[in-house]
Design a protein around this ligand. Structure first.
Ligand code: CP
Ligand code: NVA
Length: 302
């Protein structure tokens, strides 16, 4: 594996498959109550420029399960918040902890940190990628389908960080991603091109209905990501008609999965009955963050 995990380009398809297998193994060990302190004495610094429930708690609980320790570092409490350079912080933290996880507004912050750090740096969400989320999503899909290769996954809504990471997941696994985004909210062309050059199977659809038809899973995310709050009104207008409703779910395969990375805004990108309905696997996705990230930590630190 490469030193860092900033996007899904930092693993090859074989490494991704091995990570998912390790996550399944660690999930089983935890379920059986069998100790798996594979990283005794390891520590993970966690820098959050934005709010988080799942990422923060799953990394912290995960390090505990593995016999290590996690430190929550609020950038406004660090000297970073008073203008200490990212590169200086990276070199200093490298002398104290085994790895750092960062949730940053700008992906370039993560890249600079990783360039200067001598320890692994993990992306806990940036403006362009959310690779840890997609590890958990692939694990969730694997639990329901024999092969990822034959899957049709419909992305409905904003072509955002989670969508970008799914585009690269398609390149690794061969799953077909059908993307329905309003005009102006498609994923960045350079990421689409990169994913396609690596074999991603991508179809851009004109409507949510076109994407949903015959899909094995429907995936959506908020219309207003963290950092986009100033555009809220314009976005609510642009995304009208992109709600994942029970009618849309009926257009997919029978028993198609309904996915959401959470947090959700019921009544905007997804209706309450759908997220609470029998086809929703959103709580499994959230749980699988723990297992997938533990596998990642083990692979990076052992
Ligand atoms: N899905 C996800 O990353 O959730 P949090 O923002 O709560 O970490
Ligand atoms: N796209 C969302 C994901 C949150 C986990 C955001 O960036 O806010």
């Amino acid at each position: 594996m490469k030193k860092d995990f900033l996007t899904l380009l930092d693993v090859d398809s074989g490494e991704l498959a091995a990570l998912l297998a390790e996550a399944e193994r660690l999930k089983a060990l935890r379920r059986e109550g069998r100790p798996h302190a594979l990283l005794p004495g390891s520590s993970l610094g966690m820098i959050f420029e934005k709010a988080s429930t799942r990422t923060r708690v799953s990394f912290e609980a995960g390090m505990h399960d593995l016999g290590g320790h996690a430190l929550f570092l609020n950038p406004t409490d660090l000297q970073l918040g008073r203008g200490e350079m990212v590169r200086d912080t990276a070199r200093v933290l490298s002398r104290y902890v085994s790895a750092v996880m960062i949730r940053a507004y700008k992906h370039s912050t993560l890249e600079e940190f990783a360039r200067y750090a001598s320890i692994p740096v993990i992306n806990g969400l940036s403006d362009i990628a959310h690779p840890c989320q997609v590890l958990a999503d692939l694990l969730t899909l694997k639990e329901h389908f024999a092969s990822l290769k034959e899957l049709r996954l419909a992305w409905i809504g904003d072509g955002n960080n989670v969508c970008n990471s799914l585009l690269l997941a398609s390149a690794h696994t061969g799953l077909e991603l059908r993307v329905a985004c309003p005009p102006g909210y498609r994923p960045p062309q350079e990421i689409v091109d990169e994913a396609r050059s690596r074999g991603a199977v991508l179809t851009f659809c004109r409507t949510p209905e076109e994407a949903a038809k015959g899909a094995h899973a429907l995936y959506t995310d908020v219309w207003v990501s963290m950092g986009n709050e100033a555009e809220r009104e314009a976005r609510l207008r642009a995304f009208r008609g992109y709600t994942v409703t029970a009618d849309l779910v009926r257009m997919a395969e029978p028993d198609a999965l309904v996915m959401h990375c959470l947090p959700a805004h019921r009544g905007e990108e997804i209706t309450d009955d759908v997220i609470e309905g029998p086809q929703s696997v959103v709580w499994d996705q959230a749980e699988n963050r723990l297992h997938a990230q533990k596998a990642l930590l083990v692979r990076l630190l052992r």
